[in-house]
Design a protein around this ligand. Structure first.
Ligand SMILES: CC(=O)SCCNC(=O)CCNC(=O)[C@H](O)C(C)(C)COP(=O)(O)OP(=O)(O)OC[C@H]1O[C@@H](n2cnc3c(N)ncnc32)[C@H](O)[C@@H]1OP(=O)(O)O
Ligand SMILES: O=CC(=O)O
Ligand SMILES: [Mg+2]
Length: 567
């Protein structure tokens, strides 16, 4: 438990907020629940409110800088290395030593903070489990609060789950994966918790509540004296990493633990951030355990950054893989940067998942995963991500064959050759063709994903692939880009160009197909029509929405007394 020593007495005064006991200035607008109230204790909320008050202006400024950068890119500029921080890139320094508890991260499983999945992931045989409040989670009130309860039970070691339908009880094994938690990105508000009349910042709620309730037990049971551990998503600039560093320092002070205890891996998953990798590590150098290639959001970010650059259009989504020059360059430079600074360079997610009812297709999917992991291990990555427990043995085998007994390749794979990579390498337009099937698949997947998200599920299997917020974003922005520039579907050889009329027909036909595939009953009961409306609006809007989930979020905010809120 944290101490309240750093807060004044008056700030702890109780005030009733729809059933919850809250400190001054905090208003809980989500449903009251006794279990939630244990997470939303007055002390924990005070900690979250303190983070919000301390950092809100820094966050606001950073988001304003993102808008300013977007304006520049939209006027024709391209991202590049910042001359002002050349000294950071060129000087020799290293991050704090990697804590022994997480030296070996050769396979990491990811998944939403759902109770059964947390147990399965911790028991999966992976070295790390990244519990996700971000790409894999629909951040409705129930998911967020239950997620916090589940994580607390997991850290306490008491988590269990009874699947009544199968009469199966889930419990933790003796040996479990190390827990990392990924809070939401800086851009997402938490509209069920108001602080001083404004929605709280989503990631400060996720981080604050988890840290407050778990830091002590985590360090004892999991961290061998260090931790807790985090993954930090979707940053665009080192100034955002600097805020996280300050958040960590403040949390460590509140908890009375040593500075540098908290450790985080930053996902490099926006195009501007690839030019800031040294700077991001530098800001977090006492709190870093590396960088990760968040390849799916990275592709999304490529389209978003170049939304006003018709000379940089993408081919079909399925063709934008790690073999493309810009993706390979990004992974190589990330490895070189991390190893030079003494931390892990983590690989990314292959989207394939096991295909239960078709052994041949399953073997082909597994082979694609093996190939992807082999490329990562040989390139020098220290570990990788798996979306499903069924993929762990294959990923483990590839990394173990390449790394042997060493826990990582930080010292052995320097990749100094990657120092020659230039901005042109990192920005090179991907090669390939565009097809009507590409447009159809984007539409079919985007709508089904959004329909799932609106009903509380943030990661889904679609057409034998894992789909989450990052992969769905690619579908959305690619459709938008093709519509905006009326691109020719050059892979079909028919000379057809994408326009609103064609897209309208595709939407109609794909909705019919979805109804056939999921069945009339599920289609009627689900949120496919709402998702279709939302997805269509976003694909055809004159200006590109920054995030699919920002507009969609308004539809999952439920305030009590019951009312639907628009932010
Ligand atoms: C771009 C990025 O950000 S990637 C990171 C974010 N994305 C993710 O984390 C996605 C994680 N993966 C998943 O959510 C799931 O694997 C899905 C949705 C893709 C597929 O899930 P399902 O359809 O339930 O898979 P399936 O039916 O094969 O599951 C079999 C078992 O494995 C479990 N399982 C599947 N994936 C996971 C996981 N990632 N973690 C833990 N357990 C899992 C299921 O709970 C199920 O358990 P059970 O047999 O005890 O009931
Ligand atoms: O978060 C991971 C990604 O690929 O996006
Ligand atoms: Mg991502």
């Amino acid at each position: 438990m944290g101490s309240l020593g750093m807060y004044s007495e008056s700030a702890v005064r109780k005030k009733s907020s729809r059933g919850y006991d809250v400190p001054e200035g905090v208003d809980i607008r989500g449903r009251y629940d006794e279990e939630f109230a244990r997470i939303l204790s007055k002390e924990a909320l005070l900690f979250v409110a303190d983070l919000q008050r301390t950092f809100r202006n820094h966050i606001r400024y950073s988001m304003e800088c993102r808008r300013e950068a977007k304006r520049r890119y939209n006027e024709g500029a391209v991202p590049g290395f910042d001359p002002a921080t050349k000294y950071i890139r060129e000087s020799e320094w290293t991050c704090a030593p990697v804590p022994p508890a997480v030296a070996d991260r050769r396979v990491e499983i990811t998944g939403p903070v759902e109770r059964k999945m947390i147990i399965n992931a911790l028991n999966s045989g992976a070295k790390v489990f990244m519990a996700d409040f971000e790409d894999a989670l629909s951040p409705n009130w129930e998911n967020l609060m239950r997620g916090q309860i589940n994580l607390k039970d997991a850290v306490d070691g008491t988590i269990s789950f009874h699947d009544k339908a199968r009469n199966k009880v889930y419990k933790l094994n003796d040996q479990t994966a190390k827990l990392f938690v990924r809070p939401r990105g800086w851009h997402l508000p938490e509209a069920h918790i108001f602080i001083d009349g404004e929605p709280a910042t989503g990631c400060l709620v996720d981080f604050g509540l988890y840290f407050f309730h778990n830091h002590a037990n985590f360090r004892r049971s999991q961290g061998q004296g260090s931790g807790p551990f985090f993954y930090l998503p979707k940053m665009e600039h080192s100034r955002e990493a600097k805020i996280w560093n300050s958040v960590f320092e403040r949390a460590e002070k509140m908890a009375g633990i040593e500075r540098g205890s908290i450790r985080a891996t930053v996902l490099i998953e926006t195009l501007p951030a690839v030019f800031q990798m040294d700077e991001i590590l530098y800001e977090l150098r006492d709190h870093s355990v590396g960088l990760n290639c968040g390849r799916w959001d990275y592709i999304f970010s490529y389209v978003k950054t170049f939304q006003a650059h018709p000379d940089r259009l993408l081919p079909d989504r399925v063709q934008v893989g790690m073999a493309q020059h810009f993706m390979r360059s990004y992974s190589d430079l990330l490895i070189r940067t991390c190893h030079r600074r003494g931390v892990h360079a983590m690989g990314g997610m292959a989207a394939q998942i096991p295909i239960r009812d078709d052994p041949k297709a399953n073997e082909m999917a597994l082979e694609l995963v093996r190939k992807d992991k082999l490329r990562e291990a040989k390139a020098g990555h220290d570990g990788t991500w798996a979306a499903h427990p069924g993929l762990i043995p294959a990923c483990m085998e590839v990394f173990t064959n390449n790394m042997g007994n060493a826990p990582n390749q930080i010292r052995s794979a320097r990749r100094d050759d990657a120092a020659n990579l230039t901005a042109d390498d990192l920005l090179q337009q991907p090669r390939g063709v565009r097809t009507l099937e590409g447009l159809r698949l984007n539409t079919r997947v985007g709508i089904q994903y959004l329909a799932a998200w609106l009903t509380g599920t943030g990661s889904v299997p679609l057409y034998n692939l894992m789909e989450d917020a990052a992969t769905a974003e690619i579908s959305r922005v690619q459709n938008w880009q093709w519509l905006k520039y009326g691109v020719e579907l050059d892979g079909d050889g028919l000379g057809v160009s994408v326009n609103k009329e064609l897209f309208g027909r595709v939407v109609e036909e794909e909705m019919e197909r979805i109804e056939r595939e999921v069945g009339k009953e599920k289609f009627r009961k689900g949120m496919y029509k709402e998702a279709c409306k939302m997805f269509t609006r976003q694909c055809t809007a004159p200006t590109l929405d920054d995030f699919l989930t920002l507009d969609a979020y308004n539809h999952i905010v439920i305030h009590h007394p019951r009312e639907l809120s628009r932010l």
